[in-house]
Design a protein around this ligand. Structure first.
Ligand code: AMP
Length: 283
């Protein structure tokens, strides 16, 4: 496995590979890799000749008071996990490599980026779509894998890829959870043992809503109250949003169906966590 930090070196290599007819897979990450990332890398391995994992804590997707400076990092550990998943290349540029002096070009998916996480994190998705576009042009992937853990991000990237006619197949991957149901996230490292216990209210509320839905309840106000009750009972968790959305359009719904997405964002102490589930699915 090679580690490349230069964008031009990465791009030259990728263009070369494509000229030889090789299929390139890309797993974009911010590092501090865990089994959620590993599932993307393992699937990417099966579907590509050259598998690239990018590790880049992208400054443009962090708000001014967010956790850019303290975001967990562990390049040595990341390399070990990536290698065990069969990754060929780690692309780990510096911020200056991606955004050199004078940089001023951004990609924005206008409507989908405004609500849910976009409402509490203005500019976040503009940073994501900008960096993903750059990673696509630098790494030249045929396919790119993203987790449904970040459901809105996946929807926005699908929209962007279609809108800009980008020749990249976007693959959405299931949420990987800890044994007790907590969705894996690099940010879980911030949680104290008590906070980690409280964070289980995310998964518990999704499970309770699904249960109620399976028993025939489809009124969103009722389902919402169930989720709200579970989270508010859990100090120090506070609700950012609990939303029921059409899983394709992400438009709000008033009557739930098996295809409805329940998306939640909470703060546990100072850590912001998100989770989601489609009501008719299991994970
Ligand atoms: P991040 O490093 O948090 O930016 O995540 C990089 C990619 O891994 C994104 O596409 C995430 O959706 C995906 N990912 C992160 N956590 C999980 C998880 N628990 N299950 C599945 N995919 C995940």
């Amino acid at each position: 496995m090679r580690i490349i930090t230069s964008a031009s070196e990465m791009q030259t290599l990728a263009l070369n590979e494509r000229r030889q007819g090789h299929h390139i897979g890309l797993v974009p990450t911010m590092g501090f890799l865990h089994e959620g990332h590993a599932s993307l890398m393992r699937t990417g391995r099966q579907q590509s000749d050259l598998l690239i994992t990018s590790i880049f804590v992208n400054p443009t997707q962090f708000g001014v008071n967010e956790d850019l400076d303290r975001y967990p990092r562990n390049l040595a550990g990341d390399c070990q996990l990536a290698e065990s998943c069969g990754v060929d290349i780690i692309f780990a540029p510096t911020a200056g490599e991606i955004y050199p002096t004078g940089y001023q070009t951004y990609v924005n998916v206008e409507e989908l980026s405004l609500h849910l996480c976009g409402a509490s994190r203005p500019g976040h998705f503009r940073g994501v779509t900008t960096v993903v576009t750059k990673l696509f042009t630098i790494c030249q992937p045929d396919l790119a894998l993203f987790g449904k853990k970040d459901f809105q991000q996946l929807a926005i990237i699908r929209r962007m890829t279609a809108d800009l006619n980008l020749p990249v197949q976007i693959i959405g991957m299931p949420i990987i959870r800890e044994a007790d149901g907590l969705a894996m996230s690099s940010r879980n490292a911030y949680l104290s043992p008590d906070e980690r216990q409280s964070a289980l209210c995310l998964h518990r509320s999704i499970a309770a809503v699904r249960n109620l839905f399976r028993q025939g309840e489809n009124t969103v106000t009722v389902l919402l109250q169930t989720a709200r009750d579970i989270i508010t009972a859990e100090s120090p968790a506070t609700i950012d949003y609990i939303e029921f959305r059409n899983s394709q359009s992400l438009e709000p719904v008033v009557t739930a169906t098996a295809d409805t997405l329940l998306a939640l964002a909470i703060k546990v102490g100072s850590t912001r966590l998100i989770d989601n589930g489609i009501l008719g699915e299991e994970n």
